[in-house]
Design a protein around this ligand. Structure first.
Ligand code: DC
Length: 220
């Protein structure tokens, strides 16, 4: 199986770009952030206190399903793929993903998908912890200001769009939390290739990643 790991900070365009690239290659795209978001939703909906999180995980029953190649995330039999896409869950997932028991709980789910499929998996610790032997590792980034700009443009069509300054502040806070936690912090693996998309559009970013994958795997 071919495993491609894409890590990087929030808002670097990982999911959009990874989807474009996986469609071209016919690989499954796995968004691991959705797993952490689903856990955050579970914790919030059940008002679970931090000290009770570890023992409650056994009942969370988080899983990924793939419908026509597209990922859906489930809590039990409930598809929560839409519910996890709020700013509140973003911040809560960033916080709760630092809990070692949460990371340990999701470890095997991620490795199993990678063992059984050709995948592009995006997250924060895919190249460093989950798939240290991935065939290709990419670290995708962009400046915090550019990431906030992109997020602002995306949200500006929605009625409750926060001001740009709030989005930028949240991005900087999430970067800090994701990079400074003790367990599996966000960092570039030694053998990962850095792709900075600050001045690249989506097509250019996808092209660059495809070029790296072709070069590394020898596959068209
Ligand atoms: O990629 P995302 O924004 O959907 O991720 C939400 C949060 O989950 C992010 O702030 C950090 C965490 N996360 C993680 O710790 N490890 C991953 N592999 C993916 C996400």
């Amino acid at each position: 199986m071919i495993n491609i790991a894409i890590d990087g900070p929030a808002g670097a365009g990982k999911s959009t770009i990874a989807k474009m690239v996986s469609a071209k290659l016919g690989y499954i795209y796995v968004d691991t952030g959705a797993l952490y978001r689903a856990i955050a939703l579970y914790i919030k909906e059940n008002a679970i206190a931090d000290e009770d999180i570890e023992k409650s995980l056994a009942d969370a029953d988080v899983s990924l399903r793939f419908v026509d190649g597209a990922q859906r995330v489930y809590l039990g039999d409930r598809d929560v793929s839409g519910l996890i896409r709020t700013n509140e869950i973003s911040m809560e997932a960033s916080r709760t993903s630092s809990i070692p028991a949460v990371r340990a709980y999701l470890f095997e789910t991620q490795q199993k998908i990678a063992r059984e499929n050709n995948i592009i998996m995006d997250g924060r610790d895919i190249g460093t912890v989950i798939l240290p032997n991935a065939d290709v590792k990419i670290f995708l980034t962009a400046s915090a200001e550019e990431r906030a700009n992109r997020r602002f443009r995306e949200l500006s069509e929605k009625p409750d769009c926060p001001p740009y300054e709030v989005i930028l502040k949240d991005i900087i806070q999430r970067d800090y939390q994701d990079m400074n936690r003790e367990t599996s912090p966000l960092r570039q693996a030694e053998d990962a290739i850095l792709v900075d998309t600050t001045s690249l559009n989506l097509e250019e970013s996808a092209e660059e990643i495809l070029r790296i994958i072709r070069e590394k795997t020898g596959r068209e």
